[in-house]
Design a protein around this ligand. Sequence first.
Ligand SMILES: *Cc1c(COP(=O)(O)O)cnc(C)c1O
Length: 412
Amino acid sequence: MTSQRGFTTDIVHADRAFGSEDGSVHKAVHIATQYGFDKVDDLIGVFQGTKKGAYVYSRQGTPTTAALEAKLTGMEAGVGTVSFATGMAAICAVFLTLLRSGDHLVASRAVFGNTNSVFGTLGDLGVAVSRVDATDVANVASAITPATRMVFVETLANPGTQIADLDGIGRLCRERGLLFVVDNTILSPYLFRPGTVGAGLVIHSLTKSICGHGNALGGAVVDTGEFDWTGYPNISEAYRKGDARQWGLTQVRKKGLRDMGATLSSQHAHAISVGAETLALRMVQTSAAALQLAQFLEAHPAVGKVYYPGLPSHPQYERAQKHFRAPGWLLSFELRNGDDCLPFVDRLQLAVKATGLGDTRTLVIPVAHTIFWEAGAAVRAEMGIADGMVRLSVGLEETTDLIADFKQALEG
Ligand SMILES: *Cc1c(COP(=O)(O)O)cnc(C)c1O
C-alpha cells in the first residue's frame, strides 16, 4: 500500500482500495466466527494451504482485521502485519514464537513495565535476557553473545523518554544478522518509521496513539521487509515456503494468533481504524501542546527536571530532531521539592488521574506509586524513575486550558 500520496490520504481511502462492499466507505464489521464453503474441496484447500486468502475461523482474523492490518502495513511502509487483542499479546507473540530455549535477547532496560515483566517469564522458559542502556549502541554491542538472536528497544521510552541509539543499533543488527525489534507505540508511524533505521519488526499497542480515543484495546506486529528470514534458524520447516519476506509473520500468525488465541475482534479493529484516520492530526496537535507545556514547566520555579525530547535540555534532543517528525505527547517531570507530588496531582482539575496513554484527554499519573510500584525500588532506580516523577499523556484540550490547569495546581 506504500504510495506517493500523503499519510492520511492513504489511510482514509484504504478501505475502498481494499475492495468496497456495497460502496461502503468503511470496511464492514464482520462478526461471523466461521466461514462456509460451497465445495468441500475448497474447505480442504484452506487447511492444506492450496487455497490462499480465504477466511475459515475468526481466531486467525476476519476481513475487518485484515483491512486494519493493510492500513498498518502501509503506515509503516512494510510488507505485512498481524493484529492482536492487545499490545502485550503482540509483544508476547513475537518473543514466544521467534525465540527458543537457549537463545539470548538483548533488550533496552527502559521499557514498558509489563514488557519488563515478560523478560522474567522468558528467563523462566530458558531464554536469557540482557537488559542494557540502549541509548548507546556500545552497550548493546558488548552484550551480544553467539546465542543472541534479537535486539529489542522502544523508540521513546515511558516514562523517562529515553531514545535508543536507533541508527547505531540498526547498523549493528544488520552487520551481525540479528533481528531488530522496535516497539513504536508511543511515537506511531506518523512521527517515526523504525524501518528507516533497519528494524525488521515493529510492534504497536494500537490502544495508544493509533486508536487514540481510549475506547479499544489492540496490538500489532508489522514486518518492514528489512530482515532476511532465510538466515533465521527459528522458523519452522512448515513456514519456510513461498515469499521469504512472509516467513516470520506466518510463524507469528500461526503460532501467536491461531495457537495462543489473543485475537483482535472486528468491532475493536473498526474502532482502531476510525481512530487511525486522525492519527496525523492528533500527533501534530498533541506534540505542539506537549512542547508548550514542557517549556512552561521547565521555566516554572516549582518544577525540577522535565523529561521531554522536544526540549534542548533532553539528553537525546539531537536524535529526536534527526529522526522524529515531532516529539510526541509523552512528557514526565519532577517537582523541585522532591518526593511529594501527590497533593499537586490532586489539585489538577482537567488532567484525568488515570493510567493509560494516547487518549484525547490528558492523563496524569504519579509513576513510582502506581505503574512501577510492583517493579520495586531497584528497577525504578535503574530506569531513572524518581519517587516524585509525574507522567503526562497530553491530550487534545486547548493548550491554554492545559497550561492554566498546571499553573493553578503548581501554585495552589
Ligand atoms: C501500553 C503499551 C504496551 C502494551 O499495550 P496494551 O495494548 O496495553 O496491551 C506495550 N508497549 C508500550 C510502549 C506501551 O505503551
